[in-house]
Design a protein around this ligand. Sequence first.
Ligand code: FAD
Length: 436
Amino acid sequence: MNDRALHKIVIVGGGAGGLELAAKLGRQFGPAHVTLIDQSDSHIWKPSLHEVAAGTLDIHREDLSYFMLARDCGFTFVLGEMKGLDRQGRTVQLKAVHDDHGNPVLPDRSVPYDTLVLAIGSKSNFFGTPGADEHAIALDSTAQAERFRLRLLHEFVTLNRRKAQADDGVLDIAIVGGGATGVELAAELVEACASLVFYGLNALDPRRDIRITLLEGAPRILSALPEKMSATAQRLLEERGIRIHTSVKVTRVNERSLLDSDGREYPADLCVWAAGIEAPAMLATLGLETSRNHQVVVDGRLQTTDSSIFAMGDCAHAPWAGEDRPLPARAQVAHQQATYLKAILASRIRGECAPAQPFRFRDYGSLVSVGHTRGVGSLMGVLSGKSWFVEGLLARLMYMSLHLMHHRAVLGTMRTAALALGRLLMKRGAPRVKLH
Ligand SMILES: Cc1cc2nc3c(=O)[nH]c(=O)nc-3n(C[C@H](O)[C@H](O)[C@H](O)COP(=O)(O)OP(=O)(O)OC[C@H]3O[C@@H](n4cnc5c(N)ncnc54)[C@H](O)[C@@H]3O)c2cc1C
């Protein structure tokens, strides 16, 4: 068989959806058929980034090397950031890779494909708010989450020294966006701040000296989720001392404050932006149909206007059967799309007709973590179709199981169990928050 006769599937983006797809296909067809491209050399499950930012999860223990995953799951891994496509010649164009000092590591390259899957996720949308790009930190990548964590640690140390000298200052942390990311980060920060005091920064009283403020544009936090979830999450956050302001439109971010559309000012020594997402702008340059926020428009089978290109996850604008809005940007959607696309792409590799039925999203509900021992959730009854409400430790355990399910789809059951046990044991010998 000559090289071209092999049907080559190339997946760009090894996140919640793309990595699961590459692992499922790789195990069945091997590295000659399946290639994964990512701009980073290691994978982290994106919903964990608020824990990395708060320091309650150590990125150096949590991330998985794509090179290791490629070997274990049977796909080829190519490191590089996609910068464009040659659709005629069917190649993905990658930027050169440089090290931290700007030295070249890999040159510009082209990777050939027969079928391409775009799975490059999304990033924060600042909606053109003046100062946001410069002063607010987004949680789109491990690098940004680490940057926030280090700034938090430095602000803490500085304030602790001032407090030891009888200064009456406070540290204001403002989170713009009361969706799941903002709510989870706020709760995680309360626990991280309490832990930092435990490790010697004890001139501080976190409840008095650290003020966490959540600003939401809609009339309630978690506005995309049922009202009961919003009300419970708000109560749990306020019990932890978090200030919540709803119906607030942030119009400017300054170095140490925020302004809203009514001219009110909110102090913000640290500002996190979690107020909406958009797909990478590069997608709008490929000649494919895209939405206003750069998502690639796909049909019910996740196919773009080019029959050799599919898109999935946050970067795809896909119809939601039975609803008059597109599918939401959630890990659950990306996970189910990976399973669906695996069947279509397997048929392409075998040279058979692909299954004709469109993708149907099965909404199992939503869970939001409100700290390490508490969560809230609204789950869809699989048989009854009705939703039921969960709260507390049960909701938190179910939330954690989503992460394990992702690992299981990639690593298999035994390795996931071994990894989970290993991490549990490692935690016993490590501080509750990362301190360096
Ligand atoms: C803090 C936080 C908490 C969240 N919590 C939840 C939750 O509780 N439940 C839930 O359902 N969802 C949650 N989400 C949303 C969820 O993470 C996303 O919906 C999901 O990760 C989307 O999967 P994806 O595969 O489309 O993209 P991602 O998981 O974002 O993966 C995209 C991949 O593409 C790579 N990439 C990007 N650009 C390029 C390029 N040009 N070239 C090569 N590679 C590229 C990236 O490095 C990344 O590996 C959360 C998100 C955040 C930020």
